[in-house]
Ligand binder design. Structure first.
Ligand code: TXA
Ligand code: MG
Length: 328
């Protein structure tokens, strides 16, 4: 059979689903980033994900489902506001944190009484979960603390030898991870800005909490100060006049729109010539990876306006540019 570019053959999806059903781990495309999936009800398979990613066990995973009805196997209760958001944004880049059923292994939720769930919209992901016949626990398919993969090639480069199979569904359309909204407190709380904007969420359920809760451990390590980071230092707060002090160094520019002056830079990546947030988000991680591969001393990143998807983009840039090491 002839495959359209970027589409995965049904046979290979079936093969991937069998691997998951038998306790293996598979990298697969979603509309946000590539995930590394295992049967959520198989703690041994889930443990292998932590191992391969070198991810600390305190960092819980998102459980992916193919039908809203599958929620009943995972969560105890669906608050009405969560139901409204599912109706509007599922399938899609919105993860809801809800009270978990006892059957969900503690390893998946890092011992929390809640579980993060989402129904992705990528056709390959939906088919994979459906055929596997179980909810699929999956973090992003990258080593812990590094940038999330937005192509199958990114996964091959970093985890190629350690996973049982990689499904190629082409480049991810959204390009930043899902928005995480928690229903564990009195009011819904934004834990991570992502593919569905805060404005879109608030247009459905009204104001949500956005201030981080002060706890001993991060409620979402995607919220660790340093995360989503390349090896080359990224600098976010800089002025044109600072460039002189870096003379002799190889400097890259991560520009939001077409930059005014490229001459001072050894490598320039433009996220969206026309300044479109969707296009910029879709290009973000691949652009940073190209800059990271260009042997630069430093990457200067341009700030983007913090509205809509710009909030998720700035969140990732801040964490990528944070100087301290992550807890990884
Ligand atoms: O778009 C996405 O969400 C991608 C694709 C593969 O679905 N997945 C993803 O997973 O970004 P990961 O593991 O890289 O990030 C999941 C985040 C982590 O920061 C984790 O701490 C948080 O979700 N999380 C998971 N369960 C949670 C819970 N019960 N309470 C609070 N945060 C939770
Ligand atoms: Mg991740």
């Amino acid at each position: 059979m002839i495959l359209e570019e970027g589409l995965q053959s049904p046979t290979r999806i079936r093969q991937a689903a069998e691997i998951i059903a038998r306790g293996g781990i598979v990298a697969f495309p979603t509309e946000t980033v590539y995930g590394l999936g295992a049967n959520a009800f198989n703690p041994l398979a889930v443990a292998r994900i932590f191992d391969v990613k070198k991810r600390p066990y305190f960092d819980p995973l998102i459980v992916h489902i193919a039908h809203p009805a599958d929620l009943d196997k995972i969560v105890l209760d669906i608050p009405p506001e969560a139901g409204k958001l599912m109706g509007r944004f599922w399938p899609g880049p919105l993860t809801l944190v809800l009270p978990k059923r006892q059957e969900v292994p503690d390893l998946v939720t890092a011992g929390l009484p809640t579980v993060a769930v989402r129904m992705p919209s990528h056709a390959v992901a939906l088919e994979l979960i459906e055929l596997a016949g179980c909810p699929v626990a999956a973090p992003s398919a990258n080593p812990f603390g590094y940038l999330s993969p937005t192509t199958a090639q990114h996964v091959r480069e970093q985890l190629g030898n350690e996973v049982d199979l990689i499904l190629d569904g082409g480049p991810c359309a959204v390009g930043v991870e899902s928005t995480i909204l928690s229903f564990s407190g009195k009011r819904p709380r934004l834990l991570r800005p992502g593919g569905v904007s805060l404005e879109e969420i608030e247009s459905i359920i009204g104001k949500v909490e956005t201030a981080p809760v002060k706890t001993q451990r991060p409620s979402a390590p995607g919220m660790l100060a340093r995360h989503y980071a390349p090896r080359t230092p990224i600098v976010l707060d800089w002025r044109d006049k600072d460039l002189h002090s870096h003379e002799g160094k190889k400097i890259g520019l991560l520009a939001f729109q077409e930059p005014v002056n490229c001459l001072a830079f050894d490598h320039v990546e433009v996220l969206s010539k026309k300044g479109d947030f969707r296009e910029a988000a879709a290009n973000l991680f691949a652009a940073i990876r190209r800059l990271d591969a260009a042997n630069l001393d430093m990457i200067l990143a341009e700030a983007v306006p913090e509205v809509g998807l710009g909030r998720a983009i700035m969140d990732r840039l801040r964490r990528a540019s944070h100087k301290e090491e992550s807890d990884s």
